[in-house]
Design a protein around this ligand. Sequence first.
Ligand code: UN1
Length: 515
Amino acid sequence: PFTTTLPDTAGLAERATAALEACGAARLPDDGGAPGRARTPITGEELFRLDFGTAKTTEQAVTAADEAFRRVWRDTPAPVRGQLVRRLGELLREHKQDLADLVTIEAGKIRSEAAGEVQEMIDVCDFAVGLSRQLYGRTMPSERPGHRLMETWHPLGVVGVITAFNFPVAVWSWNTAIALVCGNTVVWKPSDTTPLTALACDALLRRAAADTGAPEGLHRVVLGGREVGEHLVDDPRVALVSATGSVAMGRAVGPRVSARLGRCLLELGGNNAAVVAPSADLDLVVRGSVFAAAGTAGQRCTSLRRLIVHEDVAEEVTERLAGAYRQLRERIGDPFDDGTLVGPLISERGHGAMQDALDRARAEGGTVVTGGGRVGEDAAPGAYYVEPALVRMPGQTPVVEEETFAPILYVMTYRTFEEAVELHNGVPQGLSSALFTRDQAEAERFVSAAGSDCGIVNVNIGTSGAEIGGAFGGEKETGGGRESGSDSWKAYMRRATNTVNYGGGLPLAQGVEFL
Ligand code: UN1
């Protein structure tokens, strides 16, 4: 069933152009670069062509950002830098709908999730403005008389930001708002599937810079694929590469940056699970799981992919989930339609990966309880809409240990809590996790050192939809990076330890005597 009619591509192209113009990005870049294009997963068709960057334009972008850093930005007081981000936050509020439209057009997110993503940008700007007055260093007691021991935090330089299609604007904002108040400048390579959202953000930041007297070179977008990304990764002037994407991408980027002893912040795949204890409130389980597993068509790095359910409640949970999934089936289609809950997958490749995983799951003893099929291919042969799939698995087989970036939820059972935690941690990724329980001691065990091994550990909510105030990121193959809130800003700065002697004498530390 396909309950909506789809908008036509020409209409979407017009809508995208209007949003770009409203954000001040009317002129698509025409710098003689490589041929590129903008596309929409809503119809699976091309919106229009535009120029992508090249190694040369990337080099120029880094030069501009490096100069803005050295000449102006690193010496600008942090609270003044905060004024730039404050202005950006105002412009994001003003253009929330324009950006959300572009997110829907390019990434296929439903309206409420697209608006939520822009809200995430606004929130992190607020956070960063506050932070601009709180880049605290410590003062430690010196062991020597007449000495002060302290630390100072300084900016790093140019930060290279590489982002993925699924959060085309929020992840940029986490990195950029914080990097800028920390005194860095930014060169951004967005996913080559979401160039328009990037041009719109860049235009708004340019305006914020012009309005607050910040140097225009402090931010550059370079559109394109591998060539552009590799140049950014290899340029020694890029002090920190913050990259979000697949584990494969991280394996390519990490060693290259490390080879030149640059810094890296990696935000890679997740294979997130929720454990459902026998005491759990099953209403919460069902609502929390459906949003986490099928929201964004399963294309969040925090999407719920594994449900580890106590055997006493497994049947009931599976049945209730299947019921909810059957309702979802009526709500797949045009993400601009207010009734839609599940928009398109990003691409044919995403769909292929989903079908592959379902075939393997069946071969490994799984049963597809509901969903998995493609819908709407008559309406749009180039678009990939799918019914979210619920799959019962006999255990944590190889396919379950992999992240498939699509709406597949594997359901497994457990008997003891120890077994649940073991299954939970028994995958290579370590981003987000959840436990549904009413047993307080069990909840504490899950968040303890011997519990979940992930960077995000939740109780009685799903795995996705984190707030910006906490540090975001994960362990193991997820890459170890932390972005956004808490003290993640420290990754964007370098720490200098200062010893200042005001006493006149020269006592040596550790009581050493010399001359
Ligand atoms: C991602 O999928 O790359 O926690 C980021 C969440 C969002 C961010 C996801 N706030 O689901």
